[in-house]
Design a protein. Structure first.
Length: 583
């Protein structure tokens, strides 16, 4: 648990805070908790134990009860009081009931075993924790413990595993949908030998480790295994690891090796798409008609094929040919790009008339906003956010959807708005009305952190709406958590960057820490991409590596062209939806 002091009273010292807390009997638990953490850090274990115990005995309804139990465990381990640490863990197990508590206490037991040098117990516990992990942060913490076994005691647990144990661990992870960690595990020396090459490649592919998947599949392909399903996966892995020309070559081989006409037609489509995506426009305008002419192709893709042909002609500056391909399409997308092509062709009056039409007919949409901005000569400014990154000195306005407790009022009175909001959340939870939706009171954190990190709160709220539909309890299939859907490892990195060394992953389920770290991460991405909103949003959705790859491939594209050619449909629509709401 961590408390960040971000308020009007930024100039006040920590001693003044302690005095303000101690002076108000309502805030005794806050004073004890912060004093105990400071004493623990200073090695004053007796007084730290006393103050943590004070929270449990004198303020049993405090929101710090679980943290006090945790602090007692920390203190006993730091003081090498092994029996006391075990007793505190047992006490915590009886009273703590938050989600994930059982597993968390299992981690503390493993930590205790490691600290006191019980190698056999630590080995068994960390292996069990790793083998049963569901999320990246769980696996990461178990791996840290296993690494400590190696550095402190010379125990190389990974090499001690039998083939059967490796198969069991890998299969368990796959059953739980944890392909990323299974992929990492099978990369360990000798571990990959416990599974056949094609299955290993599929695991790497599911984990989005496309270069590794391509290497394994390439070895099979070059050895003469020309299984069509294998070839299709191999081509996709090549395309997603920056080897588009090799992917095209494999897809072309599929058209000669496959016997199923539908499979051949699909391979033709992928050849045409990859040619367009990789900038081979002269070949693309030949490949698309070949696919359209195939009687076995899937129905319903004619419009997309025409769009891709129009794009290939546009990129070659064949204005008339591009306009001809778009002439039968009447979507906002087609009409807007017809206007842009008309501008490129010097037909400015026609372009302006069409832009007016798009702005009028598709008002409120992504393309409607682009058309309106282009008419005003301001289209480029839509995609850039000038950010200061400076801390806001304004007091955050806290709204409360219900009666504010005296404790929350006391916290707000001394400027600790973050703790006031957290206290409100805790009170709502205790009263059985814990909202899983973003509440009015959370706007304080949204506004203050947006100001602190130089972002517009309306933009952040759009990201939050798209990521979690404003649900604080949202967890994605890959383990992203909370309002801004942060991956635990990303949150840990961001927390470290902003000085939160004692961050705990469970904090991501609370709105205030989730917003603080999520907005800080958005700020980092905005800086990385020099103020580009589109690149920031695309990387938040698809990852920095993907965006960096697309930027390398499309170095000559302007920002509108970049967005239009994002190859992941989900990411392209994500960027467009958030921008259109924001504009």
């Amino acid at each position: 648990m961590r408390f960040t002091i971000l308020t009007l009273l930024l100039c006040m010292t920590q001693s003044v805070w302690a005095g303000a807390l101690s002076a108000n009997p309502l805030l005794g638990d806050y004073a004890w908790y912060e004093q105990a953490r400071a004493e623990l850090a200073a090695g004053d274990f007796a007084n730290a134990t006393r103050d943590f115990q004070s929270i449990l005995t004198q303020t049993p309804e405090s929101r710090f009860v679980d943290d006090a139990h945790d602090g007692l465990i920390d203190t006993a381990i730091a003081a090498q009081q092994w029996n006391a640490a075990a007793a505190h863990i047992a006490d915590a197990a009886r009273v703590m009931n938050a989600p994930g508590t059982a597993r968390y206490l299992d981690e503390r037991r493993a930590e205790l075993a490691l600290a006191k040098g019980d190698v056999a117990d630590a080995r068994a516990r960390y292996l069990a924790l790793y083998a049963s992990s569901h999320y990246p942060d769980e696996a990461h913490r178990a791996k840290l413990g296993i690494q400590h076994l190696l550095t402190r005691f010379g125990v190389d647990l990974w090499h001690e595993l039998t083939v059967a144990q490796r198969q069991q661990i890998a299969q368990g992870m796959l059953t739980r949908g944890f392909a990323t960690e299974a992929s990492w595990f099978l990369d360990l020396p000798g571990a990959g030998q416990s599974i056949n090459a094609q299955s290993l490649a599929e695991i790497h592919f599911r984990a989005r480790r496309y270069a590794r998947a391509a290497r394994v599949l390439g070895a099979l392909w070059n050895a003469g295994d020309h299984n069509i399903e294998l070839a299709q996966t191999y081509a996709t892995a090549l395309a997603r690891s920056d080897h588009a020309d090799d992917a095209i070559a494999v897809q072309r081989q599929i058209t000669t090796l496959a016997t199923d006409p539908a499979v051949i037609a699909t391979a033709k489509y992928k050849v045409a798409f990859l040619l367009t995506d990789s900038g081979h426009y002269d070949e693309a305008v030949i490949a698309w008609p070949a696919w359209l002419a195939d009687p076995h192709r899937a129905r319903g893709g004619e419009g997309e094929a025409q769009w891709q042909m129009a794009w290939a002609e546009y990129r070659q500056q064949h204005w008339d040919a591009a306009l001809a391909q778009l002439s039968t399409q009447h979507s906002a997308r087609a009409e807007y790009w017809r206007a842009r092509i008309l501008q490129c062709a010097g037909r400015n009056a026609e372009a302006r008339a069409l832009l007016n039409q798009v702005a009028r007919e598709f008002a409120g949409s992504y393309y409607g906003a682009l058309a309106s901005a282009r008419l005003r000569g301001k289209s480029k400014s839509l995609f850039v956010l000038e950010h200061s990154g400076g801390k806001s000195k304004q007091h955050a306005h806290v709204s409360w959807d219900g009666a504010m407790s005296a404790k929350a009022q006391a916290l707000l009175k001394i400027g600790r708005w973050e703790d006031a909001v957290e206290e409100m959340d805790y009170a709502a939870q205790c009263a059985g009305r814990s909202a899983i939706a973003f509440a009015a009171r959370h706007h304080a954190a949204l506004t203050q952190y947006s100001q602190r990190f130089g972002l517009d709160p309306h933009l952040v709220e759009g990201v939050m709406q798209q990521e979690s539909a404003l649900r604080t309890d949202a967890v994605s299939p890959v383990g992203a958590i909370g309002l801004l859907q942060l991956m635990p490892r990303t949150a840990e990195r961001v927390a470290k960057n902003i000085g939160e060394s004692d961050f705990q992953v469970r904090e991501l389920f609370r709105p205030v820490p989730n917003l603080r770290l999520g907005i800080a991460y958005l700020h980092d991405l905005l800086q990385r991409y020099h103020g580009s909103l589109a690149h920031m949003l695309a990387s938040y959705n698809a990852g920095e590596q993907a965006v960096d790859r697309w930027l390398r491939m499309r170095a000559d594209h302007d920002i509108e062209e970049f967005i239009e050619t994002i190859p992941f449909t989900e990411t392209r629509q994500y960027v467009m939806k958030i921008l259109s709401r924001y504009w």
